[in-house]
Ligand binder design. Structure first.
Ligand code: UD1
Length: 387
């Protein structure tokens, strides 16, 4: 079916930053394959723009090229959010979308939701209701506000509905759909790149990942871990301790790379037991995660992906907005507690560590469920508009 009519143009799907792409890829595919949904267009805000943070992921995930790129780039939170809003508004005017679909919790998510709702365009938020209860995280503010603004809230785990209810959001707006990021993981696992190839391509020694007891994968980019010199020093020292136990592969986010340089901490990671890599593509990261003996991270998505893969994950944070990865999955919160991390790594090497199960509806079909639900919702809206 084409556009539904006045006030009911295409579905505008928004991405802005790296963690959005693996969520949007299955959604765009499901929307475009759905017989009863209007056409969907992909809008990229340009929050992330480097080849390593953007283009490679688009091709790995087989995301279609964006119909529009707003090219906002990096800036302070206020400026970045404001720029997205300023540049997104004319698109909403031009296309008169039937709804705007946003994912996750980045600045682009809140910015496009706010523009849309003020223009009377319904917003669907995929990955709604997650809460760390830590308002010092910029993402927590983005989650709370986006959920308040959204007409449709698709959740990845059942506890999300409790969080939303507490914030006064009616149950009828909330739909438990499962985890679209795990749709991407399942669809692409067979294409994952072997860690030896990833290291060789990056000019690192591939034998680091081939001998017992295996290797650890570490990723670090949260402002709370990398923006202050004391925190970054603690985190790097902790990783160095882990590297005494097993080799470490560490793809570095540009924020972390920049701060290591700025604070003069390059020497901390300079050991043959640690392979520092540039940011990796989706298929390389999948291969590293799936084959690691243990993953150390402060990423939200990686906590979920390791749970889906059954790989032990130590999360370098004091809290998580994804409690199911702890209750049912392989995740453990460790903060920057070096002694705890070394003890847990030893346990993992001795006995495999925490065994989890894959949470409900993390089954590879979340995007299809969302497409179906959205099509019914839009049809009801059209029917009501006609009465
Ligand atoms: C953003 C998200 C965060 C997500 C992360 C994944 C917000 C508030 N934060 O944080 O939730 O986990 O993306 O990466 O939206 N930079 C580059 N190249 C790029 C993009 C960024 O070099 O393509 C550098 C710039 O120096 C920039 C810094 O990284 O200033 C931070 O980028 P920004 O988009 O502000 O936030 P992230 O830390 O990436």
């Amino acid at each position: 079916m084409g556009d539904i009519g006045a006030g009911f143009g295409p579905i505008l799907c928004v991405v802005g930053a790296r963690p959005n792409y693996m969520k949007m890829a299955p959604l765009i595919r499901a929307f475009r394959a759905h017989a009863r949904l209007p056409r969907s267009m992909l809008v990229h805000t340009g929050q992330h723009y480097d080849v390593s943070m953007n283009d490679r992921l688009f091709s790995d995930l087989r995301l279609p090229p964006p119909d529009h790129n707003l090219e906002v780039g990096s800036a302070t939170h206020a400026v970045q959010t404001a720029e997205v809003m300023k540049r997104f508004e004319p698109l909403v005017d031009e296309y008169d979308p039937c709804c705007v679909v946003v994912v996750g919790d980045v600045n682009s998510t809140i910015a496009c939701s706010l523009v849309s709702v003020k223009k009377g365009v319904p917003v669907a938020h995929v990955e709604a209701g997650l809460r760390s209860f830590d308002r010092s995280m910029p993402e927590e503010i983005n989650r709370i506000v986006t959920d308040q603004l959204s007409d449709l809230l698709y959740t990845t785990e059942r506890t999300a509905a409790d969080n939303l209810r507490r914030e006064g959001i009616e149950d009828r707006r909330v739909h438990f759909a499962g985890n679209v990021m795990i749709d991407s993981l399942r669809m692409n696992l067979e294409r994952a790149v072997a860690p030896t190839d990833t290291l060789a391509r990056a000019g690192a020694d591939p034998s680091l990942v081939t001998s017992p007891p295996g290797f650890a994968l570490a990723t670090l980019h949260r402002p709370s871990n990398v923006d202050a010199p004391e925190a970054l020093l603690e985190a790097l020292t902790l990783l160095r301790d882990v590297s005494d136990r097993l080799p470490l592969v560490c793809p570095l986010h540009p924020r972390t790379q920049g701060n290591i340089r700025r604070f003069g901490m390059e020497s901390l990671a300079a050991t043959p037991r640690i392979a520092i890599l540039p940011p990796q593509g989706y298929l390389e990261t999948l291969g590293l995660m799936a084959n690691a003996a243990v993953v150390l991270t402060d990423s939200g998505g990686i906590q979920e992906e390791t749970t889906a893969l059954g790989v032990p994950c130590l999360t370098l944070r004091e809290n998580t907005e994804r409690p199911i990865t702890i209750a049912q999955g392989t995740n453990t919160l460790v903060g920057r507690d070096r002694a705890l991390v070394v003890r847990l790594v030893d346990q993992i090497l001795a006995s495999g560590g925490k065994r989890g199960r894959v949470p409900e509806l993390w089954d590879g079909h979340a995007a299809e469920r969302i497409a179906d639900h959205l099509s019914h919702w839009l049809e009801r809206r059209v029917a009501l508009a006609g009465t």
